[in-house]
Design a protein around this ligand. Structure first.
Ligand code: HEM
Ligand SMILES: *[C@@H]1O[C@H](CO)[C@@H](O)[C@H](O)[C@H]1NC(C)=O
Ligand SMILES: *[C@@H]1O[C@H](CO)[C@@H](O)[C@H](O)[C@H]1NC(C)=O
Ligand SMILES: *[C@@H]1O[C@H](CO)[C@@H](O)[C@H](O)[C@H]1NC(C)=O
Ligand SMILES: *[C@@H]1O[C@H](CO)[C@@H](O)[C@H](O)[C@H]1NC(C)=O
Length: 329
């Protein structure tokens, strides 16, 4: 009797311990590499700095990579895997996603300092934060401990990532599918304060005229004519325009100011403020962010942390990739 009850007590203790341990283990933490790779943050910061010195746009490209990683199978570096059946060749990424060579350089510097320890998914999360900071945006503590996935998911990339032609309802649903809300939709869209977009992503707005001959889009007229010259019918769809014409390298709240005057580049940008179906919440957040850069920065940082927490692999799931482009053999 005695033995049995102490055995029960023991197993209860073990189970409690395992639940606690697993619970703790699946949480990302900001000091995850503090003993295994204490110089990690400095290394990534320096490499991002170098990349941006060569090409300022790289900051935008790196932020977008983290986004495209997290929305597909969680933040597991699946977007980085090579192969024509991978995410790199999905509709949203092909001829569009960039920065893979920079990620390779960061990874190789990190491997030199602490071999086999730091995941590519964590590198993307840190590089995205550093890109925002080095562009003049807010900073936040990046939580770490993600592991790298073993598969890419091209279908997931095609279905899960929002497209610029989609309605706000559909886009909002795609965010909701990964646990993000309407405020996250608006604040994270503010990343379009830096970077460029190709003609093919917005030329649907340039040459459709309604019955009275007016452009059938919400684009402000001078921006419309500039974009019509940049992106003529049958022109080079790979040409690019800045999202924020006032300051395309500066992470500020001009994206939201632009929306107030019809200067959103993508249909999905402008619709946050002007869409027929735009709920009062998105409109009012656009207004508030346009007026209050601190509020935008705070909300953006919080939403980035939320996005970085989408379905991470932790514990012994996945692996620490040696080369971000291929799973370990
Ligand atoms: C809300 C739904 C979103 C849609 C429909 C969307 C769509 C797009 C499109 C079409 C482009 C241009 C791609 C090209 O030229 O091929 C782009 C670029 C970009 N997106 Fe988004 N995006 C969304 C949300 C986000 C989020 C959440 C982030 C990050 C937090 C983000 C960051 C960026 C950045 C920084 C660029 C510029 C990249 C560069 O210059 O290389 N976007 N986005
Ligand atoms: C790919 O993503 C879809 C969601 O879009 C999911 O249903 C499917 O299980 C994923 N496949 C793999 C292999 O992860
Ligand atoms: C953009 O460039 C790529 C390769 O450089 C090419 O394959 C593609 O067809 C081009 N896309 C458009 C819309 O012109
Ligand atoms: C942005 O640029 C436009 C012209 O390109 C100018 O009219 C406007 O005043 C600028 N706005 C800000 C806030 O700098
Ligand atoms: C911005 O704030 C000012 C004063 O705080 C207010 O008068 C103005 O209406 C606001 N603009 C928007 C678009 O909310």
């Amino acid at each position: 009797m005695k033995r049995s009850s102490s055995f029960e007590g023991y197993s209860l203790l073990v189970i409690t311990f395992m639940v606690l341990f697993l619970g703790v283990r699946s949480q990302l933490t900001s000091n995850f590499y503090s003993t295994t790779c204490p110089t990690l943050l400095q290394i990534v910061r320096k490499e991002v700095q170098n990349a941006i010195k060569t090409e300022m746009r790289m900051a935008a490209s790196l932020i977008r990579l983290h986004f495209h990683d997290c929305f597909v199978n969680g933040c597991d570096a699946s977007v980085l895997l090579d192969g024509s059946d991978g995410e790199k060749f999905s509709g949203p990424n092909v001829n569009s996603a960039r920065g893979f060579e920079v990620v390779d350089r960061i990874k190789s510097s990190v491997e030199s300092a602490c071999s086999g320890v730091v995941s590519c998914a964590d590198i993307l999360a840190i590089a995205a934060r550093d890109s925002v900071v080095l562009s003049g945006g807010p900073s936040w503590k990046v939580v770490l401990g993600r592991r790298d996935g073993l598969v890419a998911n091209q279908t997931g990339s095609n279905l899960g990532l929002p497209a610029p032609f989609e309605s706000l309802d559909v886009i909002t649903q795609k965010f909701a599918d990964v646990g993000l809300n309407l405020i996250d939709v608006v604040s994270l869209s503010g990343a379009h304060t830096i970077g460029l977009a190709r003609c093919v992503t917005f030329n649907n707005r340039l040459f459709n005229f309604n019955a009275t001959g007016a452009p059938d889009s919400l684009l402000e007229s001078s921006m419309l004519s500039d974009l019509q010259s940049l992106c003529p019918v049958n022109g080079d769809g790979n040409k690019t325009a800045p999202f924020d014409r006032n300051s395309s390298d500066l992470f500020d709240n001009h994206y939201f100011k632009n929306l107030l005057t019809g200067k959103g580049l993508l249909e999905s940008d402008q619709t946050l403020f002007s869409g027929d179906t735009a709920p009062s919440t998105t409109k009012s957040f656009v207004e508030r962010y346009s007026n209050n850069s601190d509020l935008f920065f705070t909300d953006f940082a919080n939403s980035m942390i939320k996005m970085g927490n989408i379905n991470p692999l932790t514990g012994s799931d996945g692996e620490i990739r040696k080369n971000c482009r291929v799973v370990n053999s």
